[in-house]
Ligand binder design. Structure first.
Ligand code: GLN
Length: 533
């Protein structure tokens, strides 16, 4: 087994996750089998209970794990499904250590960060490596060198490098090169400082990813190499780019795959560049549409990361660019004006009462004006609420999540959620089978009777209202295996109004966009051309 650890320096937000994913993509498409693991040094057990304002969207894996959004990047860049073991947090490590201590497994010893916590970290990393048996495991360490929380992880990695056979472990460090003054001179001093912090804890990097606005000058590369003891071929320039799908290519042009492979003593094939078409369509699209994304975290667009990516996948394949208009749902309570002129409306997932009435308005506006609509999870539920209120005339209809004493609880708690009080990891989570009805729009989109999609919800369509909703013209064209859980809805006389209880965005991949997003964007493009349905 071979390992490549990626640490961050100088400041956060340098795109370490994207760099890790791009390196993984580069190695996979150079003929190696690669997996990736993210270390999140925070104390939370997982990302599930975190507000999206903290770290962006909570990503969901097939096995139901709620993880950091970087895992979504890994899955998309290496086109492979990962598991919860690929995300290590301080919470997971400490829980295990304390449970072991309670079982008496430390045999009376004082339990300490070194070696007990570091051993547990190493055990978890090796477990992933042994289970997957890949050529290379990439290990991304969240945060920045010098953070107190990440110290035990860096120490564990330092020890691992000593313990693993010679030349099987590399360290990469991502740093920032500021460009200052009128001449935009590139400054390497922050990189020098950051590398000396790393060295002070016993880690010498083998590769430097230098993040800068413009490509690294020859002089800066030489200087970084001189001060950090990293050979020039190991200093990789990562300048600002329009779209992240160009990064593997930028790395390839600097000979990174060969360098990594040679340092690890592996052998590789030549890089097969699968994303050339995607890059072309993203940089010179043939058409553009405006999609309103209606949510309550619109100030931090990373809260909707996988939706943005799913749209990029559609653009990459079809050349239809999606310009997202970020609409704060609170604004729609008073006026639908922010939605006028858009070619499609997306209402994504969400929790809690704030902003929900605006989302109901968005579904209503799309339905009444025959604008393409895509509802995801809460976006599915608000479409049901609007329909019950404004088509069936059940004016007080609501979800019991927002109004526990509503006259018509058209959306209600999943029965198995009764009495569940813990918030972490207790929703209906992960991959579940969805059966598609014959003669439906959903069948024309998916073309198969059953699909597997990822879920994350506590509420669902109340079975007591299904008959009335159906009679009124709402069609539930996707259901769970027991046929009691509604998974996809469409409207009887429409092709372009669809919603799913599942999160189609989580399984969207470059070259294989999620079908619902593809269908939605194609309908938005038709709508723009004046084709109404
Ligand atoms: N809050 C809703 C539920 O729990 C929707 C969840 C979501 O959109 N992810 O069912």
């Amino acid at each position: 087994m071979h390992y490549v650890a990626i640490t961050g320096g100088v400041i956060s937000g340098l795109g370490k996750g994207t760099i890790t994913s791009s390196l993984a993509h580069l190695l996979v498409n150079s003929g190696l089998q690669v997996s990736a693991l993210k270390i999140d040094p925070y104390l939370n057990y997982d990302a599930g209970t975190m507000n999206p304002y903290q770290h962006g969207e909570v990503f969901v894996l097939d096995d139901g794990s709620e993880v950091d959004l970087d895992l979504g990047n890994y899955e998309r860049f290496i086109d492979r499904d990962l598991t919860g073991d690929n995300n290590i947090t301080t919470g997971k490590v400490y829980r295990e250590v304390i449970e072991k201590e309670r079982r008496g497994e430390y045999l009376g010893n004082t339990v300490q960060i070194i070696p007990h916590v570091t051993n547990e970290i190493k055990r978890r990393i090796r477990k992933v490596a042994q289970h997957d048996r890949d050529d290379v495991l990439l290990i991304e360490v969240g945060g920045t060198v010098g953070d107190i929380e990440s110290m035990p992880f860096l120490e564990a990695l330092r020890e691992m490098k000593r313990e693993e056979p010679e030349s099987t472990f590399l360290f990469c460090h991502v740093t920032m090169i500021p460009e200052i003054g009128q001449s935009m001179e590139q400054k390497t001093k922050p990189t020098q400082h950051s590398v000396s912090s790393l060295r002070s804890i016993g880690i010498q990097p083998d590769i430097i990813f230098a993040r800068s606005k413009n490509p690294l000058s020859i002089e800066s590369r030489k200087k970084i190499s001189l001060f950090t003891d990293v050979p020039e071929e190991g200093v990789i320039s990562i300048n600002d780019v329009q779209n992240v799908y160009t990064l593997p290519h930028i790395m390839h042009e600097q000979g990174l795959a060969s360098y990594v492979v040679q340092r690890l003593g592996l052998s590789n094939g030549s890089f097969s560049d699968k994303w050339a078409g995607i890059r072309k369509n993203l940089s010179s699209p043939r058409d553009e549409v405006v999609i309103a994304l209606v949510g309550k975290y619109t100030e931090l667009t990373d809260a909707y990361f996988s939706h943005k990516e799913a749209f990029s996948h559609v653009t990459g394949l079809t050349g239809v660019k999606v310009n997202i208009k970020w609409v704060n749902s609170d604004l729609l309570k008073t006026s639908a004006e922010p939605l006028s002129g858009v070619h499609g409306i997306l209402v994504p997932g969400g929790f809690g009462y704030r902003g929900v009435e605006g989302k109901v308005q968005a579904a209503k506006y799309a339905r009444e004006n025959r604008i393409p609509y895509l509802g995801i999870c809460m976006g599915f539920q608000v479409a049901v609420i609007d329909f019950a209120r404004n088509v069936l005339g059940l004016t007080g209809a609501n979800s019991t999540e927002f109004d526990s004493s509503t006259a018509d609880p058209v959306i209600d708690l999943l029965p198995e959620q009764e009495g569940v009080s813990d918030k972490g990891g207790t929703m209906r989570l992960g991959s579940r089978k969805v059966l598609i009805e014959e003669n439906s729009e959903a069948m024309s989109i998916y073309g198969q009777k059953q699909i597997f999609e990822r879920h994350r919800h506590r509420y669902e369509v109340n079975p007591k209202y299904i008959q009335r909703l159906t009679e009124g013209g709402m069609k539930f064209s996707g259901k769970d295996e027991d046929m009691i859980r509604m998974e996809i809805l469409e409207l009887k006389d429409r092709h372009n109004f669809m919603a799913s209880q599942y999160h189609a965005e989580f399984k969207s991949r470059p070259l294989r966009p999620a079908y619902l997003y593809m269908h939605f964007v194609m309908n938005a493009s038709k709508y723009k051309r004046g084709e109404r349905n």
